[in-house]
Design a protein around this ligand. Structure first.
Ligand code: ADP
Ligand code: MG
Length: 702
């Protein structure tokens, strides 16, 4: 007798089973806390387990002020000697505290009146914070503190205190309590389906999760922070794998649908090509045929078109759009800002009007009757549409969208880019999708960020571009640089002055830019000088940009908000102040604003000496090459992936645990494992994605 073995035995995943338990199973939490946790997006025990501390506070000791060291956060008791509210540059509360061994200043920029009144001479405070060297003594900006009772004895804590990332609508103490309760439910030593495929010396999931919440001591905290601890590596690997998988699942799902077959008859294309004042570069022709190959299939295209600033992506997009239009379907182009969308609109109108192909323009500023008319024309089958996010609103209906083109991909999330393609669904057909980006993404990064897309690259610039001269000039020579602006503008050119700051707040950045603009206005009274920064309303910012684009302004002072893709050919000089503060990729993007016209362009990197060795190397890379791909690879080596993807600027964390500058080495293994998992255990793959990419898993919406 033969027993038929089941074709596949479901893997019993004890960890996943425990992680999937709803919060309500934590009876001890109380209904209102559970409700608030749910509102904040925590649905299961696992959601709490995978909400890791961002740092730890060591309150296991009370230090003497005299023993505090700059840069080392510590807990200590200080007696208020003096407190005052001052108005130097801005309003602040200064509190001098002492303990007999030393003295230290607490500085508050944001405080309530009651807080100031609390700080009476003789008041004892229990303080936690990171001292920094100040003018006269060490000081701490915004320490955590609590007023001690007159005879209160301070009790030190038994373990390091985890500090969790801020969560909407949930105080830290409550979140901490919930996580603590949830951690009690982590299975003793369970592991997921990956275990057998991972290095044997890595801890199991249970142990790794517990370790990241509850490291034994400061040494372990440091080992985790520096990326050396195997518990961290284990989780980082899982996270990379999960992200890669989520995109692969998106891809698989989209590719299982059907798309309209779009074949260019050449009828309109020939006429457009004939009317262009240039011929396509070999690279443009190559990527166009790659796109054509995809469009001619009934599987939805998912393609990323990479090409450096100025490489000529727009005409490729327009030619691709014609393939849809010639096939009797619609094409839509979506850009992240009004200004960029406007630019596309102008190009499309210029190119398509002579062909008698009229399109629709849609932005949030199109309102009332005009908007209704635009919507009606889209619904009736207008051949093309260009616009902003407005294209994605519910009211927008296409008659038969064949191709969705999305520019400057990294500003849109995966969901958004898929949503546009989905809008056009005609019956069961889904639109093809082309994503364009000017940020060259090194291969390793593409693996986590764009694993759902095929990649085409325009790796060649149109002929006749004058290379941009890049020079590094140190701050003491600022006067010369200002003279240079005066000369360029006197010759009828325009210039940019980019202010960079590492401060986190728009406010501080805007203040600095305002000051620079005022200084430059005083130094160059003959020039018309404009200013854009992140504190301006989008419409005001666009208005200034438009004045500059129209040549009504000589010099534009800007923070790094200055648009990617802005095209002002007459601007031939760019000054970047303190370039050492920015990543190479971003500097390269900024520099791409010049060198778009026929005259020689230059970029002056006005740095603050002394430069660190890395900073020196990075500026050298910029002087030596204008090839965005070379720069991106070097950037990844020198500064890590946050820079390359531009996420550091937006402050958005890519990952909870993983850090590509450390973990990039694991990516190819992650991809290998993803292949295996997708074939062997789709459920495990999906549960991994849910765990790491979250309940709003991108694939779920695709
Ligand atoms: P990007 O890739 O940055 O979007 P654009 O599409 O805006 O670049 O192109 C930049 C400029 O180069 C435009 O003025 C465009 O008309 C022009 N251009 C595009 N392709 C070619 C080409 N093959 N030869 C000459 N000029 C070109
Ligand atoms: Mg462009």
């Amino acid at each position: 007798m033969t027993l038929a073995a089941p074709a596949s035995t479901p893997i019993v995943d004890e960890f996943a089973a425990a992680a999937a338990r709803p919060l309500a199973t934590l009876g001890s939490l109380g209904k209102s806390l559970i409700a608030d946790l749910q509102a904040a997006g925590f649905a299961t025990l696992g959601d709490l387990w995978f909400h890791f501390p961002s740092r730890f506070e060591d309150r296991t000791e009370v230090h003497r002020i005299g023993a505090l060291r700059p840069g080392l956060a510590a807990q200590f008791v200080g007696v208020v000697e003096h407190a005052e509210v001052t108005f130097r540059k801005r309003r602040m509360l200064l509190v001098a505290v002492a303990d007999g061994s030393g003295r230290l200043v607490l500085r508050f920029f944001h405080f309530k009146q009651a807080q100031a009144e609390q700080m009476k001479t003789g008041t004892r405070l229990l303080i936690y914070g990171e001292p920094k060297p100040g003018n006269y003594s060490l000081e701490i900006v915004h320490p955590r503190y609590r007023v001690l009772g007159a005879d209160e004895v301070v009790e030190v804590e038994g373990a390091l205190r985890p500090v969790y990332p801020k969560t909407e609508g949930l105080g830290h103490a409550r979140l901490q309590r919930a996580i603590e309760r949830a951690l009690e439910q982590v299975p003793e030593s369970a592991d997921g389906p990956l275990a057998e495929m991972l290095p044997p010396d890595w801890p199991n999931l249970s142990a790794a999760v517990r370790k990241l919440h509850r490291p034994r001591d400061r040494a372990e905290v440091e080992a985790i922070a520096s990326g050396e601890h195997p518990a961290r590596t284990r989780l980082a690997f899982e996270e990379l794998l999960a992200h890669h998988l989520s995109m692969r699942l998106v891809r698989a799902r989209v590719r299982s649908e059907r798309a309209p077959v779009l074949r260019s008859s050449g009828r309109l294309r020939q006429r457009l090509l004939a009317q262009l004042p240039f011929t396509l570069t070999a690279a443009q022709q190559r990527v166009l045929s790659e796109i054509d190959g995809d469009l001619a299939r009934s599987v939805p295209m998912l393609r990323l078109l990479q090409g450096d600033v100025g490489s000529g992506k727009t005409i490729v997009a327009a030619l691709a759009a014609l393939a849809a239009i010639e096939s009797g379907m619609q094409a839509a182009v979506m850009a992240p800002t009004e200004l960029l969308a406007e630019q596309h609109r102008r190009s499309f109108e210029r190119w398509f009007a002579p062909l008698g192909v009229e399109g629709v323009w849609l932005s949030s500023r199109i309102k009332g009757k005009a908007r209704e008319a635009a919507l009606a024309r889209l619904a009736q089958g207008a051949p093309w549409a260009v616009g902003t996010h407005a294209l994605m609103q519910d009211a927008v209906q296409f008659q038969a969208l064949g191709l969705a083109i999305i520019d400057e991909q990294h500003r849109f999330g995966v969901d958004q880019r898929l949503a546009l393609a989905q809008k056009g669904a005609v019956g069961a057909l889904r639109a093809h999708q082309l994503v364009m980006t000017a940020t060259p993404i090194p291969r390793t990064l593409a693996m986590t960020q764009f694993a759902d897309l095929d990649v085409s690259a325009i790796d060649q610039m149109p002929p006749g571009r004058k290379p941009i001269q890049t020079v590094a000039v140190s701050r003491p020579r600022r006067e010369e640089v200002i003279q240079r602006i005066a000369d360029a503008c006197a010759a009828g050119r325009q210039a940019y002055w980019v202010c960079t700051l590492i401060e986190e707040s728009d406010e501080v950045e805007a203040e600095a830019a305002e000051k620079t603009a005022a200084d430059l206005t005083a130094a160059l009274p003959q020039l018309r000088i404009g200013l854009v920064h992140g504190r301006l309303k989008a419409a005001d910012r666009a208005a200034v940009m438009q004045l500059f684009a129209a040549g009504m302004m000589d010099l534009l002072v800007a923070t790094t908000v200055i648009e990617v893709g802005v095209d002002v050919p007459n601007a031939s000089l760019m000054i970047i102040e303190n370039p050492e503060r920015l990543g190479l990729a971003q500097l390269h993007q900024l520099r791409g604003r010049v060198g778009r016209g026929s005259q020689e362009s230059s970029c002056v990197l006005l740095y603050q000496p002394p430069l660190s060795e890395t900073a020196r190397q990075r500026l050298a890379v910029l002087r030596e090459t204008t090839d965005g791909f070379v720069i991106a690879e070097r950037d990844l080596e020198l500064r890590g992936p946050g820079e390359v993807l531009g996420t550091r600027q937006t402050g958005e964390a890519l990952f909870r645990v993983a850090d590509l500058s450390r973990d990039a080495g694991w990516l190819s293994k992650a991809r290998e494992l993803a292949d295996t998992l997708l074939k062997r255990d789709l459920t495990a793959a999906e549960s991994l994605v849910r765990r790491w990419v979250g309940a709003a898993a991108r694939y779920a919406k695709a």
